[in-house]
Design a protein around this ligand. Structure first.
Ligand code: OSB
Ligand code: MG
Length: 375
């Protein structure tokens, strides 16, 4: 993205925490989510405004970040730096660079600055990031269930709605049998699994048992820090290895690819520190012939809108976890994203994130609001 924009002259930043129940519990190897406790960033800048969503979850189980800590680091360490003088969205990461880690918190701020800047320029996220499609095929991530019949019912429901790819969450004790059952019932559908770091390299032979099912990929079988172990695993297992948790930056992505730790990358802007870094990961993966897809963190419509724009870039050749609003929430904080019968979702075309933000819904769900002003 060219850096020709004028800085965003911030008057106030609102940090709004909202509580959103999920339509159904979502169980992964790291825990069971029944609701989202989301930190929204709202930047007010005179002629424009911007929204960003922090994807950090309630507890530090997927990564070390969690929503209360994200809010604290935003208040105490990030906003004081970001409000010292007006900056463009492209300068946000550099200004926040002295603060180590906290990428989800940084990503939410950068997204809000980018939204404000793009609304002012009347450009969409899709245009700014380099989207080449106006609709994106969508997959769905299916949690660990209490029984195989319940899993088959859930998958059948998503298939009827049109989702073009199914991802099953797995963990030791819930892997080969559920995958076998889904293959037997639904045949040769696009199918993949996500372990959220639940295995060790000692499980290599066990994970190779998944090879017979022709999965698109196995996502993050081993711990976040164990990139080299994934390279070793990739020599035992024929199913392509995809990294999620490990890919915290473009530098790590480049090294993981060079190590042959993965042949596919899940890109999540929050995990990687923002949409601009996510775009750099996309570009380097395209350069090295590595397929990418857009991951999800159970986002509200605010994060979802921007994810759909990202997923419309040319390198996103696999369907993402970019499901419709009703897969997660009864009521979304934006105009809802709807899955078409062909399994695609429209990429927003309006300025910035390009979708109507429902302030009345946000206010109704808010559990706290803090306002910060420069100076
Ligand atoms: O590992 O991809 C993951 C949700 C929360 C945290 C981590 C993950 C997920 C999902 C759901 O798999 C993706 C989505 O539908 O948003
Ligand atoms: Mg994952």
């Amino acid at each position: 993205m060219e850096n020709v924009a004028a800085p965003v002259a911030v008057e106030a930043v609102e940090l709004i925490r909202i509580h959103l129940p999920l339509v159904a519990p979502f169980r992964t190897s790291f825990g069971t989510e029944t609701r989202r406790d989301v930190l929204l960033v709202h930047v007010l800048a005179g002629d424009t405004e911007g929204w960003g969503e922090c994807v950090a979850m309630q507890e530090p189980l997927y990564s070390s970040e969690y929503v209360a800590a994200a809010q604290r680091v935003v208040m105490d360490h990030l906003l004081p730096r970001l409000l010292a003088e007006p900056v463009t969205a492209q300068q946000v990461a550099r200004v926040l660079e002295p603060v180590r880690g906290h990428r989800m918190a940084k990503a939410a701020l950068e997204a809000a600055w980018l939204d404000a800047q793009l609304r002012r320029e009347n450009r969409s996220f899709a245009q700014a990031l380099g989207a080449v499609r106006d609709r994106v095929p969508s997959g769905v991530s299916v949690g660990i269930m209490a029984s195989i019949p319940e899993l088959l019912d859930a998958v059948a429901g998503y298939r009827e709605q049109g989702y073009v790819r199914i991802k099953l969450k797995i963990e030791p004790g819930w892997d080969v049998e559920p995958v076998r059952a889904v293959r037997e019932r639904f045949g040769d559908i696009p199918l993949q699994v996500d372990a959220n770091t639940a295995y060790t390299l000692d499980d290599a032979q066990h994970l190779a048992r998944l090879d017979e099912f022709g999965l698109l990929l196995i996502e993050q079988p081993l711990p976040e820090e164990q990139v080299l172990a994934h390279a070793k695993l990739a020599r035992t297992v024929r199913t392509p290895i995809c990294l999620d948790e490990s890919i915290v930056s473009a530098v790590v992505a480049a090294e993981a690819i060079e190590m042959q730790a993965c042949s596919i990358v899940n890109i999540k802007p929050g995990r990687a520190g923002g949409y601009l870094e996510a775009t750099r990961i996309h570009d380097l993966c395209v350069d090295r012939g590595v397929a990418v897809w857009c991951g999800g963190m159970l986002e509200t419509g605010i994060g979802r809108a921007a994810n759909l724009a990202l997923a419309a870039l040319p390198g996103f050749t696999l369907p993402g976890d970019t499901s419709a609003s009703d897969r997660y929430f009864r009521e979304d904080v934006t105009a809802p994203f709807v899955l078409a019968r062909d399994g695609t979702i429209a990429v927003p075309t309006g300025a910035g994130i390009g979708v109507e933000v429902r302030r009345d819904v946000i206010d109704g769900l808010a559990t706290s609001t803090e306002t910060v002003r420069p100076g």
